[in-house]
Design a protein around this ligand. Structure first.
Ligand SMILES: Cc1cc2nc3c(=O)[nH]c(=O)nc-3n(C[C@H](O)[C@H](O)[C@H](O)COP(=O)(O)OP(=O)(O)OC[C@H]3O[C@@H](n4cnc5c(N)ncnc54)[C@H](O)[C@@H]3O)c2cc1C
Length: 401
């Protein structure tokens, strides 16, 4: 006899944990089992990101990213405040360093207005009051942006979930699913579970897990392409160069924000991330390669189309990955005093970016529902910021609230 559950959540990253939390808040006493293949929670994207509580500057008005980020940001701040998790609303500046970036900065300003994100357009002199070492002729000052300890958020969520009766099974990989009249059977390497509902929040493996559970169409035709984001840390003697968060004007064609400088809740200053194709879905350096992952990426028609269109961008990101001097030059545009010798290597993260077969990057959060299962296929930044809101939305879609 297999074990029964009301809900199985696949993935103990911040989205999976927030989903379990939303369901248990609405249905106290429900039997919720959370599974993760790793030996700890937040082992992938959630534990390897920039730690920023985003304000909602960049997202298309009306998109789920825009909506969930605004409400999710406030919920995340409340959560941190209520539970003693380290956070700070330190604000950020998005900086135009040359006249040819002013148009894009104005577009971003307009987008903030459309998204109801309070910002102030400032000149170079005001920028230097906020960030004395920043270069720039004009900037947006986003006061409501902050930083948070997301792994710390997950630790608290786990404590609350266990208290509410949820079970967390680590080192348990989901292998497949079988839809039966009595429920969805989730086959794991630790045995089977029959669930009334299943939510998969598997990050870098989201498309594979969705297909394994719900069949070839489980991921709605999307495929994950892993983009590694590499970071450096400013040497301790140089952290005074950055007071809060300094971002460039992003290239609107891509979902990446450009290398930026961010102060963490521990006072360290991170520089990055860039965006290079990872040679393994969970490949945190050039040395980590997985030929199955790589073949799958290269054979995907969507990736081939993307690569043909943007090979120049990809090549320049790769060159910057291989040369600390180039990385330093990108940072010097924002803060000229940063020197190559000030950069110390730091842990990288890998973004799970969903791609359509036509080569378009999936911009918004993407969910695919198949019977009793709901699969989160695309949950890139700002999904950590918005996680509490995403969790609530998933619970509502599953009619579990
Ligand atoms: C470099 C980088 C910088 C970022 N910066 C920010 C930021 O500043 N602010 C922000 O809001 N967002 C940021 N993000 C995005 C944010 O980190 C992610 O959107 C968020 O963490 C996604 O959470 P998740 O739970 O969906 O995925 P993950 O945290 O990746 O969790 C997925 C989990 O699923 C598990 N899993 C996978 N396959 C299986 C299986 N078969 N069986 C069981 N378990 C499985 C994995 O082990 C993993 O623990 C950044 C991301 C990256 C990579």
């Amino acid at each position: 006899m297999s074990e029964r559950a009301d809900l199985v959540v696949v993935g103990a990253g911040i989205v999976g944990l927030a989903t379990a939390r939303a369901v248990l808040a609405a249905r106290p006493g429900a039997k919720v089992i959370i599974l993760d293949k790793e030996g700890s929670v937040a082992g992938h994207q959630t534990g390897r990101n920039s730690g920023v509580i985003h304000a909602g500057v960049y997202y298309k008005p009306g998109s789920e990213k825009a909506r969930f980020c605004t409400t999710g940001r406030q919920a995340m701040v409340e959560f941190c405040k209520d539970n003693g998790v380290a956070y700070e609303i330190c604000g950020k500046v998005v900086v135009a360093t040359s006249p040819d970036e002013l148009g894009a900065l104005s577009d971003l300003e307009k987008r903030c207005q459309d998204n109801n994100v309070p910002i102030e357009r400032i000149d170079g002199a005001r920028l230097r009051e906020l960030e004395p070492y920043a270069a720039g002729i004009s900037a947006l000052h986003v006061k409501v942006t902050g930083i948070a300890d997301y792994p710390g958020v997950c630790t608290v969520m786990v404590r609350q979930l266990l208290k509410a009766g949820a079970e967390l099974r680590l080192s348990t990989a989901v292998q497949s699913g079988t839809d039966r009249s009595e429920g969805m059977v989730i086959h794991t390497d630790g045995g089977d579970i029959i669930a009334d509902r299943v939510v998969s929040c598997a990050g870098l493996q989201s498309d594979r897990v969705a297909r394994a559970i719900s069949g070839p169409d489980g991921a709605g035709g999307m495929q994950i392409v892993p983009f590694r984001g590499e970071y450096f840390e400013l040497a301790p003697s140089k952290t005074h160069l950055v007071r809060a968060l300094i971002y460039p004007v992003p290239d609107a064609r891509f979902p990446f924000l450009g290398v930026h400088l961010t102060k963490g809740v521990n006072g360290h200053v991170h520089a990055g991330p860039n965006a290079v194709l990872a040679l393994a879905r969970e490949g945190y350096s050039w040395r980590e390669r997985n030929y199955t992952d790589l073949r799958e990426t290269l054979m995907f028609p969507g990736f081939q189309k993307l690569a043909r269109k943007y090979w120049k961008y990809g090549a320049s990101e790769m060159a910057r990955s291989l040369s600390r001097a180039r990385f330093a030059r990108a940072l010097q545009k924002l803060v000229p005093a940063v020197q190559e010798r000030d950069l110390e290597p730091a842990a990288a993260g890998v973004r799970a970016q969903a791609l359509n077969a036509d080569g378009s990057l999936v911009d918004d959060f993407a969910f695919v529902q198949r019977g009793r299962a709901l699969h989160v296929i695309n949950a890139p930044s700002p999904a950590a910021t918005a996680s509490l809101e995403i969790g609530k939305a998933i619970a509502a879609r599953l009619e579990l609230v």
